[in-house]
Design a protein around this ligand. Structure first.
Ligand code: NAD
Ligand code: DAU
Length: 342
């Protein structure tokens, strides 16, 4: 494992993982292959741009000939696939790109990995594949999948295809299923960066429904460290959950965020819920811990550290929020009614 193809490496987690690899492994080479959709951003990779071990290639994972050429030209031995359409609300508005990238694109990468006999194919997946988790249970890797949004269904399909390539062709596959990541470079459509930046702009924070949904908000650096451990110590053909193992109500997350900002709770605005909204995710992360990994941040520490990053890095998020994001925001939230929560 030496020459990495990081697909989707100009996105939030992918870029953090590129920085992680370059900092930790002096003899690794990293090629980022990314389509640069609305979510891809080369500002996420500026710190790597002068590193001779790093290269960027713009391209689509659905484009098999280009994927194959990039693998050959760069003597790639390992693919870590972060490339995906990732926002649940967008998948509800228009699932098409999710099927293309998260399902067909994953197949293209698996097929290329098989053709060139790569040492490893690692699929970045999500806790959303398990669906809504009733109180009292935390998902283990052997649980059945039960996705409920178009996004979750497309990610589940990617996982199942990757597992099929392990079983059928003995392609050396591993999979990680992460809980909600937060930290530097997250596109401000996702709840934490959206709410921090809205509050900094004096705008209200649109909490879906009663805000009592449970999520495990993990620091992106802890997730990257978990992926690293699975790449180096994980068993082939296996799935590993990655999260803090804690969970927090969204309203509690908002309270922590506002407290760190010193902002008023009057900014909270309850609005109509997301259709099919999964009420609770909860991961059991013992299998990854058994490989020697431990998260360094709990949910609260991750939220506070994330808030401080957005406060200190307006250069990064202001141009995004002033661009095509405005149209998205209007479309997504413009006609969403405020609701009373008793
Ligand atoms: P992101 O939306 O920030 O970035 C996705 C990246 O993929 C972007 O750079 C985009 O340009 C690129 N991309 C999209 N379609 C592509 C295509 N067809 N070809 C090449 N590149 C393409 O996403 P993220 O939050 O960093 O998520 C990365 C991965 O982690 C995804 O697979 C996602 O499902 C998974 N995941 C995310 C979270 C989370 O909380 N954000 C949690 C668990 C798992
Ligand atoms: O759980 C892992 C998943 O986390 C990843 O696989 C996805 O790629 C990532 O987008 C994220 O999905 P969520 O739907 O959990 O994230 P989001 O930030 O969209 O929402 C988090 C919670 O906040 C969820 O319960 C919905 C709620 N929410 C979200 C938005 C955008 C609001 O209340 N208001 C909002 O405006």
């Amino acid at each position: 494992m030496k020459n990495f193809l990081i697909t989707g490496g100009a996105g939030f987690i992918g870029a953090n993982f590129v920085h992680h690899l370059l900092e930790k492994y002096p003899d690794y080479n990293v090629v980022v292959y990314d389509k640069l959709t609305y979510a891809g951003n080369l500002n996420n990779l500026v710190d790597a741009s002068d590193d001779p071990r790093y290269a960027f290639i713009r391209g689509d994972i659905c484009d098999a000939p280009t994927v194959e050429r990039v693998i050959q030209d760069n003597e790639i031995d390992t693919i870590v696939n972060f490339a995906a359409e990732t926002h649940v609300d967008r998948s509800i508005m228009d699932p098409d790109a999710f099927i293309q990238t998260d399902v067909y694109g994953t197949y293209v990468l698996l097929e290329a990995a098989r053709k060139f006999g790569l040492e490893r194919y690692h699929q970045i997946s999500t806790d959303e594949v398990y669906g809504h988790i009733p109180p009292g249970h935390s998902s283990v890797e052997t649980d059945p999948v039960a996705p409920r949004s178009p996004y979750a269904a497309s990610k589940t399909s990617g996982d199942l295809m990757a597992l099929a390539y392990w079983v059928t062709y003995k392609l050396p596959v591993t999979i990680t299923r992460g809980a909600n990541n937060i930290g530097p470079y997250q596109y401000p459509e996702k709840v934490v960066p959206l709410f921090v930046t809205n509050a900094l702009e004096g705008k209200r924070l649109p909490v879906y429904g009663d805000g009592r949904q449970m999520r495990d908000y993990q620091w992106v650096g802890d997730h990257c460290a978990g992926i690293d451990v699975v790449l180096h110590r994980g068993r082939l053909g296996e799935i590993y959950n990655v999260g803090t193992g804690q969970e927090l109500e969204n309203l509690k997350m908002v309270e922590i965020l506002l407290d760190e900002l010193g902002a008023s709770r009057d900014l909270i605005q309850h609005v109509e819920d997301r259709p099919g909204h999964d009420r609770r995710y909860s991961l059991n992360v013992d299998k990854l811990k058994a490989l020697g990994w431990e998260p360094e941040h709990d949910c609260e520490a991750a939220i506070r550290k994330t808030v401080r990053w957005y406060v200190a890095n307006e250069w990064w998020w202001r141009p995004i929020k002033e661009g095509e994001f405005r149209q998205y925001y209007e479309e997504m939230y413009g006609s969403r009614k405020e609701i009373a929560v008793g």
